[in-house]
Structures are given as C-alpha cells and as structure tokens.
Design a protein around this ligand. Sequence first.
Ligand code: KG4
Ligand code: ZN
Length: 346
Amino acid sequence: MTRILGIETSCDETSASVVVGAGDDVAVQSLVILSQDIHRVFGGVVPEIASRAHLTSIAPVVERALDEASTTLADLDAIAVTNGPGLVGALLVGVCFAKGLGLARRIPVIGVHHMEGHLFATALEHPDAVPPFAGLLISGGHTLLLDVEAWDRYTLLGATRDDAAGEAFDKVAKLLGLPYPGGPHIERLAREGNPTRFRFSRPMLRSNARVDDDDYYDLSFSGLKTAVMQAARGVNLDGARADIARGFQDALIETLTEKVARAVKARGRRRVVLGGGVACNRSLVAYMREALAPMQVEVFAPSPRLAADNAAMIARAGLFHFERGERSPLDLSAYATLPLPGLVAA
Ligand code: KG4
Ligand code: ZN
C-alpha cells in the first residue's frame, strides 16, 4: 500500500488530498478543495490574484487534508504535485511547497501533468474506468481525445484547434450575460430552451471525413461561438437566451459525441472515460451514453468534485508513477505548457 499526498494549484483551486492504495485499487482518504470565488468579479481568472490566494491557502489546505485522512507527514510515501500545464505563478506555489515539504521531511516528490490527473480521476470512483478506453478530456483550457491503451500509453487522436470546450461554454455565457464560469449556467438554461429555434452547424463534422483526414478527430469551437454571437445580436436576448444556450449546447454535445464514437469504432474500445470540468454537464453525459449504448460502449464520468480541478486525481496519477519508481529531482519546475507524458505514435 502506498500513501500519497496530492497538491493542485494550477488555476483557481487550492487543493490537497491523501489517497492510499496499490495498482488500480486506490481510495481517497481526504480531499480539500478551496475555490477562489474572487475571480467571478473579474469574469475570468486573474493570474496574480490566483497566485497570492494559493500562497495564503496552501499550508492550511494541506494540513486539513492530512487531518481529515487522520495521517501525518511521517506516514506519507510521496508528495505528488501538479507542475504543468497551467498558470505558472499559481503552479509555482504548489511546486515550491511540495519541494520544501519533501526536502524538510525527506519525502520523495513527483511532478504530475494536470491533464494526466484528469485522465485518472474517474478511476477513483469507477473500478472499470481503467484502460483500455477512449478518453475525452474537456476542461477550461484543454480539449483532448485520447486512446488509452494502458496507463502511460496514450495516443493523441484529436484536440481542439482553437477554444477548449469549457472556454466555449464560458465565452458563450459571457455573450448571453451569464456569470463566470459559464458552463453550469448554460446547462441550466439549456434545459428550458427550445431545441429547434437555433440550429447551429456542427463544427468539424463532414459526413465524408475519413480516418486519415486531419479533421476526423480534431475539434474547433470558435466558429460555433461566432455563430452564437451573430444569433444573439439579431434578437432580444431576454426572449432568446435559453433557446440560444440550447442550440449551442446541442451543437457542442453532438460534435463531441460523434468524435468519441469515431474513436471507439476505429480503436475497438468498449469504454469511454470523461474528465475535466465540462464532464460535469449531465446533458452531455446522458446524450453520449444513449448514443454509444447501441455500440455496447459504456461511458464513465466522474462526479462533479472529481471532474473539476482537484488534488485527488493528481495524487492518483502520482501513485501510478511512484509505483513505477519515478521520482522528480529537486529542480522540478513549473510549466505553462507541458507535453503529456506517455504519448505514443498513432
Ligand atoms: O477542469 P476544470 O475545472 O478546470 C480547468 O482545468 O480548466 O474546468 C473548468 C471548465 C469551465 O470552463 C467551466 O465552465 C466548465 O468546466 N464547466 C462546465 C460545467 N461545469 C463546469 N461546462 C459545461 N457544463 C457544466 N455543467
Ligand atoms: Zn483541469
């Protein structure tokens, strides 16, 4: 059994968690997530404010995670910390804290890729959300479609060419005068919306696309966002907000589902694992489940707590790397962009 403390500070959540286990049998003993609400006032995350907030919260958040797990630093086998991609100033707080703690208490430190964390999150709740599977990571900063043959053997099938899925939700929400982050607001409004009033074209879904084409798996949401902007300009928003939200969300959900369907078909997978904040969207999960059921494909989605940024997923990914004997050197740094580890050629 291995006990790992996870630390996540890549964006606007200060989070710490203790997980314990071996192989794919890992339990979350504690998970503390402190969200920085202050960014709502600015309509987006302000990097310096995020860094400063992490700095004041990190020590109490880690202490609380250890307390809730009824454990101490002496019981830890390793500290896993997100070291990219993300806001560098925010990441540095977690990385420096982890390195200081590790050095002082002689605990190994392991740097974890934030998106690999999202890939592991669902496995903490569903024993079957393990490789092989098709993975769709949909967050505020990234949109990645991966074939996961094994942990650490990832084929990048497709990615967004412009906005991330969560970013599209946030930008459309702003256009409609909704608060940040916009995803949950759009989802709520879309439920009351008329699905036929606004039919936006589905991006990157040519029916004659072939598996070798560049756009077969890739995604793009900026055109959809522009179409929404034009629709919003031409109407009285108060009478159309829910209908536009519905039209936008339907286009996005159908596009993501078709790309995932292409991936499971081409790679012969029977499982789909979702991750990232947009995986909180229940309409998306329900639509994808129904669409893929006839292909005997099961769709696994994390609970909202594990879908959004959290340190349990970082500890879980860290545990995998720890078991393989990996350790990060003391000069571990933080990176705004960082290639996903374990990528193999298609
Ligand atoms: O993974 P995450 O918590 O942070 C990043 O690493 O980016 O994702 C945040 C994104 C935001 O863009 C937010 O609007 C979106 O997830 N989101 C949702 C929903 N809940 C959060 N998008 C659609 N529907 C939701 N219910
Ligand atoms: Zn994230």
